[in-house]
Design a binder for this molecule. Structure first.
Ligand code: UDP
Ligand code: MG
Length: 316
């Protein structure tokens, strides 16, 4: 098997067949062996049925992994890579925002250039709102300044890589997965190609601003422990400021310059300021502790309720 298309699906009932037909049209032309690995991530609509119908009716190699509930796109990609049999693995969305033609081009690049291990697409121009763009570019600035792993601005999960890289990604068994970081952390030679994300074929994006924000926080925490140094920095700064404040008070009282006006409010302000700074620091430590706790439980990244192998192949 040359290529595995790993397709995470969450509520994509109207898109899976469209994706199948579009991808088949592109890859049948290429004339090589390929499979589509659909991961149904606990969809609440009829995606599961649509996929089964597709499996029954299509003459392509279709593998379906159905989760027992929604585990998130990261878990879906992990499961898809785990079940992919191809020499090349391509991560591609079901909504056709990422054109299969580009995936075919990625495979071509890998074939032309044996030194390349991965071809990743990044968005040069974005069609989203200015505010979202601002937050996204701020995220890349922050994460690149606090993490040793390199994050390429606008890089998506849309990429094709060799089996060796797929195995490397699978060897990272962390529960809180952040693929943009994991795929960069494992190393290998990656070529970035620009692409323009199309409009969604049908349906809506399942990423709300809140979900994206918490995903960004997860990403920073997974690839940097810099926030844990914040208590040290703030504590040091607070310590210096309070010593200076004390000295100023002693000197002004020696020279009877002390003016009691506003003293109570000043003290209240300082108590509240340092109280909240301490809580923020404890909160940050708590967040990391929670991640460690969750990882410590060693729960599986996903649970499959059903796996359907391509026709003619035995079910696991
Ligand atoms: N997806 C998933 N699980 C989720 C959310 C999304 O498998 O919990 C899939 C979704 O079906 C799609 C891809 O991940 O194939 C990208 O999702 P979406 O289009 O909602 O995100 P966007 O393109 O807006 O970033
Ligand atoms: Mg999409």
């Amino acid at each position: 098997m040359k290529l595995s298309l790993v397709v995470p699906c969450y509520n994509e009932e109207k898109n899976v067949r469209l994706f199948h037909d579009t991808a088949a049209a592109v890859f049948d032309n290429e004339g090589y062996d390929y499979e589509m690995v659909f991961v149904n991530d606990g969809s609440k609509d009829t995606t599961a049925n649509e996929l089964k119908k597709l499996h029954a009716e299509s003459d392509k190699n279709i593998r379906i992994i159905s989760f027992s509930r929604n585990f998130g796109k990261e878990a879906a990609m992990y499961a898809g890579i785990q079940h992919a049999k191809g020499d090349y693995v391509c991560l591609i969305d079901a909504d056709l925002q990422q054109r299969p033609e580009i995936a075919a081009y990625m495979v071509k690049r890998l074939e032309e250039n044996p030194k390349l291990d991965c071809v990743a697409a990044f968005q040069e121009e974005r069609s989203e709102s200015g505010t979202l763009s601002f937050f996204k570019s701020s995220f890349y600035k922050i994460i690149n300044s606090v993490s040793q792993t390199k994050f390429t601005q606008g890089a998506s999960d849309f990429r094709t890589f060799r089996r060796s890289m797929a195995d490397a990604v699978l060897s990272l068994g962390e529960y809180h997965r952040f693929s943009k970081g994991l795929l960069s952390w494992v190393g290998f030679n990656t070529e970035y190609i620009p692409y323009k994300a199309e409009a969604r074929a049908t349906g809506e994006s399942s990423w709300s601003f809140k979900k994206l924000f918490s995903y960004a926080v997860d990403g920073i925490m997974a690839f940097s422990t810099a926030p844990l140094s914040l208590p040290l920095v703030l504590g040091g700064l607070g310590g210096v400021i309070s010593v200076i404040y004390l000295l100023v008070r002693i000197i002004s009282s020696l020279f009877s310059l002390y003016d009691s006006f506003g003293r109570d409010s000043l003290i209240l302000f300082l108590v509240m300021l340092f109280g909240s700074l301490q809580l923020i620091c404890i909160g940050i430590i708590g967040k990391y502790l929670a991640k460690t706790y969750e990882q410590g439980k060693n729960r599986p990244i996903y649970i499959a309720r059903e796996i359907i192998e391509p026709k003619g192949q035995k079910n696991d």
